[in-house]
Write a protein that binds this ligand. Structure first.
Ligand SMILES: [Zn+2]
Ligand SMILES: [Zn+2]
Length: 472
């Protein structure tokens, strides 16, 4: 019995870990590797195993770096079940279709260039037919309920506090042979944070023998003294007084809903200036509907907000408008009054946010407020670092004269201190023999391993692609 690491190994994206047991294979996550276009295309296209030989998939959450290559698996002949929580399945429905659209559009763009050069054309990684076929393979199981992906294995989902539907996965193996000791493997998924709005806090699984653990922020701590709602209050007031627009690039699923929730708190307290708020991303609009129907994932504050007599929808308030239609999105360019626009993509690599940036970054009364991680070389990162006076959007140059700020105090990932606490509690309540650190670049993972050693926690490995962790 062993785990083999096929993704998010010494890197953050492409989560994919194969459990080998009694001659069968269970895949934990099947995410897209995200990076430079050509490399990503090659990597995602060539799965390191035959999809037909995989017996079942267990999915930790719907983020594309965990779910986004499932359609390739199905396209390659995978015929088993994909187990997830119902919230994850409902979000994955929109996210995989959205991802299919991006795959098709990306290849169209690349092929235009290749055709001019007389080169062979690429095929999209997958299209919406493959995404739809993937959705048919989902089997949903609620948190804490037991399910059997195959004989001799019993599993459960626990709250991970990272995004709607996100789970830490508990896997219990009877043993390879009769009479063997049972073994418990815990896969953290992405570990969220306690006390973030909307979601229930992360849970600790007891009795772990082996852990696969994310360590994205293994070497960093978040600023905890900053309250994101207060930052929003201050920024909205300043933008309103300047008569400008507040542009917030945000990931459609998770971050957008959290910002709306915080703005709703301000609106209810009479602390939001009289300005319209637009959520301009079709995926965000669909995801918000999914959020509303998954009360089982909500913390007490969110449930109480729903039960309030006057305002039963914490994701809606008077001046908030969800924008689905392209015409209305375009009309925002002509709107000549202070307003807030929340749009995607979160790192400004595509999507409607580009139109809003193009039209507004040249104005001194515009503020762009970043609400999430900005990867190196993305337009979001260039703007955030204020490293250029002129940036390119759709190949055209635009002057940057706007204000730029970062929404501190809001993150979907546990930081170093919180990850150490998670590891310590899981080890204290178990009999842990080995920890595998994944979902992290090598350097921060090494820092985190040193921290684990310092606290006398069990030995950790940082697997490279294809490495194995025997159990035992
Ligand atoms: Zn995630
Ligand atoms: Zn992730």
């Amino acid at each position: 019995m062993k785990v083999q690491f096929w993704g998010a190994a010494q890197t953050v994206t492409g989560s994919m870990h194969m459990v080998h047991y009694r001659g069968k294979r269970i895949l934990l996550d099947c995410g897209l590797y995200q990076g430079k276009r050509k490399q990503a295309y090659q990597k995602n296209r060539t799965l390191p195993f035959d999809p037909k030989t995989v017996d079942a998939v267990i999915l930790s959450h719907a983020h594309i770096d965990h779910s986004g290559n499932l359609p390739s698996l199905v396209r390659g002949g995978f015929k088993g079940a994909i187990f997830s929580t119902s919230a994850t399945r409902d979000l994955a429905a929109f996210m995989l279709l959205d991802s299919a659209k991006i795959q098709v559009n990306d290849v169209r763009y690349v092929n235009k260039k290749r055709k001019k050069k007389g080169q062979a054309l690429f095929e999209p990684l997958y299209d919406h037919h493959h995404a739809a076929a993937t959705l048919k393979r989902f089997r949903t199981v609620e948190y804490h309920q037991s399910f059997k992906p195959m004989d001799g294995v019993e599993c459960r989902f626990h709250f991970a506090g990272h995004m709607l539907g996100a789970a830490t996965i508990e896997l219990n193996f009877d043993g390879e042979n009769p009479g063997d000791e049972p073994t418990r493997l815990v896969f953290s998924g992405d570990v969220g944070r306690a006390k973030v709005p909307i979601l229930r806090d992360p849970e600790i699984v007891e009795g772990a023998d082996y852990i696969i653990m994310e360590s994205t922020y293994g070497n960093r701590n978040h600023l905890k003294t900053v309250d994101a709602t207060k930052v929003l209050r201050k920024t909205t007031k300043e933008v309103f007084e300047a008569g400008g627009k507040l542009i917030i690039p945000a990931f459609s699923v998770g971050r957008t809903q959290e910002i709306v929730y915080r703005l709703n708190l301000l609106a209810e307290a009479g602390e939001l200036p009289e300005m319209k708020v637009f959520v301009d991303s079709p995926l965000a609009v669909n995801a918000t509907d999914v959020f509303r129907s998954h009360v089982e994932c909500f913390d007490d504050d969110m449930v109480n907000a729903i039960l309030e007599e006057d305002d039963q929808d914490p994701l809606m308030f008077r001046d908030l408008i969800y924008v689905r239609k392209t015409e209305l999105s375009k009309a925002l360019n002509r709107l000549n009054e202070p307003c807030i626009i929340i749009s995607a993509s979160g790192m400004c690599e595509g999507g409607r946010i580009l139109h809003h940036l193009k039209n507004n970054i040249g104005k001194e009364n515009t503020t762009v407020l970043f609400a999430g991680y900005q990867a190196p070389h993305t337009l979001g990162r260039i703007l955030l670092d204020q490293s250029k006076d002129v940036v390119k959007v759709y190949g055209e140059p635009y002057d940057v004269r706007c204000n730029v700020a970062k929404l501190e105090g809001s993150s979907g990932h546990a930081d170093q201190e919180e990850l150490l606490q998670w590891a310590k509690e899981t080890c204290d309540k178990g009999n842990v023999k080995k920890i595998a650190l994944v979902h992290c670049e090598l350097e921060p993972a090494e820092d985190f391993r040193a921290q684990l050693n310092k606290r006398k926690l069990p030995d950790a490995i940082i697997p490279a692609l294809g490495d194995e962790m025997p159990m035992p």
